[in-house]
Design a protein around this ligand. Structure first.
Ligand code: 3HC
Ligand code: NAI
Length: 699
């Protein structure tokens, strides 16, 4: 059992001990009720303290149990809380560090609460597509007040204990301890002071009303609906809190329970829970043990002060890590620094960054034209032109000047990281760090592991990624790594769809309705259609058998590169990003179609979405087979964090799992029969075919 029982004179202490965050799994719940029974049976015990070992009071229900019978196995969380409420001896929660979800609900079931200052308190269930399911929606409004409680429940955001203690009339905390260190002793003393007080105070007995009643909840509902359109949980949170104000406690609990169970089975909640786990799993590399010693990274160098170099530098400056930026010419350095300044100044103007923080960050930035100035850096990230000859010259210089053990990283998006490593005498120190543009904003970081990259280099960059607030996903070396290798197939489908009868706007609209931030043609215009054109020209040489639609080439021949030229698949008004359909482009597509002898057909939105999404899925299955990604959930993270895949669908692999891999394969077989598509591509990847045949899933 993962709860400990100790007695100090007349006070018993129950300590949750289920690392890492005292999740309230079955064994912990059993531990609590057993200890509670012991304390109540012991005549010498007058009061009970409930606390948590390690780095949390409790992070809430054990998310890993969700969806399994264990989650509801008795004693379930509701029964545990009821047992505490019904305890004839007072139970005092001693709360420190983290008190979230079921952890806070457990504390609300106690008769008293003493909290350490600085403790993060939240009901974050909404972030998992749920609402608090063990009385949180009924007890928190009673303890804290309806409005602040609703805000916490709908946002899921954590608030510090000492802030909550300042709410007028709050009954959430009976005492804020002087410090985390004195919490245990203060809680015991508090328990002793209330040992004989009867009747025992219960949060569930407190009144719960809002002066504006229904009008307030209607207002809250409207606000919430506008902000969370694809997520059902936030609006349901409002319903449950309203029930707390209109119904008796027991009836409100029944409302909460019903909503909780219904939400648990929604695809949105499944997707959000999948993402929670996937994000944490991404930082674990199967053959790199968690205790791998790390290299110390105190100072960074960045080569190239262009689009990427500037954004990459900002990440480190934001994290308080000094950066030395190197360029070939002073004016390039000046331009790079000016762009960084401009970005920060925009943040200051919007009130998102304080002036002194801005100055502090800029003071961490130094610039140089000389490689010798890099000798003290612990890690260097190269972001120069995407030409192998330029990379070779840079890495030879880095090999010459960087200190032994420094990490040499390249931000290349298309070149072979092993080849880059071979330009040095220390390939074990070389790694790809593929940031996405704008690098200071996009959360995704593909960490490209070369054949010789050392394990401690991998472990170190995964930690550094977390420090600069990136979601790092490991990719093996291949053309396009994980994300761009998949997007190429998606782009090819976009082209075939135009050939067959669609307009760019129709394709974009269909996939945006599915939830993508941007369809393939708007995305092409944003990234620059010339980039795809250059890649295709290379492909025509390397893979002459690969089928492509030629429409994108025709567009580029007209100089329509996208937003940067004011014209691409769409037209753009200077200074605006709105995509305006262009009749000439539509005519160009029609003429090309005619030249190919194709009679256009009406393609349904469903077919558009399936072909675009399943092309990602099939390529991803090949990526898994090739060992480029080590797990399907990593691929989901790449698409969610870097390519605008809808969060509420949990990524392409999670989505395919939800559709059912058998159905996905059946659709691919249908697409393979279309003479205008690429029958060879639509042969399901062997891994996908196997999983589908066995009725299994990717994740
Ligand atoms: N259940 C199971 N495991 C959990 C967990 C939980 N509730 N919360 C965190 N963990 C695990 C993580 O998976 C991770 O495991 P790993 O080491 O194997 O990867 C480990 O704890 C550490 O997590 P983090 O990396 O996130 O550590 P941090 O220190 O950065 O953050 C935290 C700690 C603030 C507790 C953060 O993990 C968090 O926000 N957890 C989720 C809290 C939550 O959503 N609770 C509500 C659960 S639902 C619920 O209670 C339903 C109830 O109403 C009925
Ligand atoms: P950029 O052209 O904006 O910047 C490159 C900078 O490198 C220029 O300022 C140039 O003066 C400098 N430079 C060139 N040779 C140099 C040398 N020998 N020594 C020092 N500085 C040198 O290019 P961008 O877009 O920043 O790309 C840089 C790298 O990042 C490329 O490898 C690219 O493939 C990669 N990348 C680009 C992305 C993007 O969206 N722009 C996304 C992800 C990766």
């Amino acid at each position: 059992m993962t709860a400990e029982y100790t007695v100090q004179g007349d006070i018993a202490t129950i300590t949750l001990n289920n690392p890492p965050v005292n999740g309230l799994g079955h064994s912990t719940r059993l531990g609590i009720t057993d200890a509670l029974a012991k304390a109540n049976a012991d005549g010498a015990v007058k009061a009970i303290v409930l606390t948590g070992a390690g780095k949390a009071f409790s992070g809430g229900a054990d998310i890993k149990e969700f969806g399994s019978p264990k989650a509801m196995q008795e004693p379930n969380l509701l029964s545990v809380i009821l047992a505490i409420e019904n305890s004839p001896k007072p139970v005092v929660a001693a709360i420190h560090s983290v008190c979230m979800g079921g952890g806070l609900e457990l504390a609300l079931g106690c008769h008293y609460r003493v909290a350490a200052p600085g403790c993060s308190v939240a009901l974050p269930e909404v972030k998992l597509g749920l609402l608090p399911g063990a009385g949180g929606t009924q007890r928190l409004p009673r303890a804290l007040g309806v409005e602040p409680a609703l805000n916490m429940i709908v946002s899921g955001e954590a608030i510090k204990s000492e802030m909550l203690a300042m709410y007028p009339g709050q009954k959430l905390f009976d005492k804020i301890a002087a410090s985390a260190e004195t919490l245990a002793a203060e809680a015991v003393a508090f328990a002793r002071s209330v040992a004989d007080v009867r009747p025992l105070p219960l949060v569930s007995n407190l009144p719960c009303k809002h002066p504006q009643g229904a009008a307030y909840f209607q207002f809250a509902r409207n606000m919430v609906k506008g902000m969370s359109k694809n997520f059902p949980a936030p609006a349901k949170c409002v319903d449950a809190v309203e029930a707390a104000t209109t119904k008796k406690f027991a009836d409100g609990m029944a409302v909460e329970r019903e909503i909780f169970i219904n939400l648990m089975w929604t695809p949105e909640s499944k997707a959000l829970r999948h993402i929670f786990m996937a994000e944490r799993a991404a930082s674990k590399i199967p053959d790199v043990p968690a205790d791998t010693p790390l290299r110390e990274i105190k100072a960074i160098a960045v080569i190239g002060a262009g689009t990427m170099g500037g954004g990459i530098s900002m990440n480190f400056l934001n994290a308080g890590i000094p950066v030395t930026m190197l360029e070939m010419k002073q004016d390039a350095l000046d331009r790079g620094v000016a762009t960084i300044r401009k970005n920060y100044e925009a943040q200051v103007k919007k009130g998102k960054l304080k002036q002194d923080k801005y100055e502090q960050r800029m003071s961490l930035l130094t610039t140089t034209l000389s490689y010798d100035a890099l000798k003290d850096a612990d890690m260097v990230i190269e972001a120069v032109f995407e030409e192998i000859g330029v990379k070779e010259a840079v890495f030879k210089e880095l090999d010459r000047v960087m200190k032994p053990g420094a990490i040499l990283a390249s931000n290349t998006s298309t070149l072979d990281v092993d080849k880059i490593a071979s330009f040095t005498k220390r390939p074990q120190d070389v790694v790809g760090l593929h940031f996405f543009s704008p690098a200071n904003i996009m959360r995704l970081l593909e960490v490209v592991r070369g054949a010789k990259t050392a394990k401690d280099v991998m472990a170190t960059v995964m930690v550094i990624a977390k420090k600069i607030k990136k979601t790092a996903v490991v990719s093996g070396v291949c053309d396009g790594f994980i994300g761009n290798r998949m997007i190429e197939q998606y782009g090819r489908q976009g082209g075939f769809l135009l050939d067959e009868g669609c307009t760019p706007a129709q394709v974009d609209k269909a996939i945006e309705k599915f939830g993508f931030a941007m369809g393939p043609f708007r995305m092409g215009d944003l990234a620059g259609n010339d980039i795809g054109w250059a890649i295709r020209k290379r492909r025509y040489q390397e893979k002459p058998d690969m089928k492509y639609s030629k429409t994108a080439d025709l567009l580029c021949e007209k100089g329509r590169y996208g937003q940067k030229t004011g014209a691409g698949w769409y037209d753009y008004v200077p200074g605006k990003r709105d995509a305006i359909p262009n009749a000439e482009v539509v005519k160009m597509i029609e003429e090309h179609r005619k030249a190919l002898g194709i009679t256009p057909r009406k393609v349904s939105d469903e077919e558009i979405v399936q072909r675009l999404v399943y092309s990602l899925v099939n390529e991803a299955a090949h990526i898994l087979e090739d060992g480029i990604a080590s797990k399907a959930s990593d691929i989901d993270m790449v698409y969610l964090m870097g390519y605008g895949f809808p969060i509420y669908r949990g990524g392409p692999m999670n989505y395919a799992d939800q559709v059912g891999l058998f159905n996905v394969v059946q659709a691919m077989k249908r697409f393979a029969l279309n003479p205008l598509d690429d029958a060879k591509f639509w042969q399901p990847a062997p891994l996908l075919a196997k999983l589908a045949a066995e009725g299994k899933t990717f994740n």
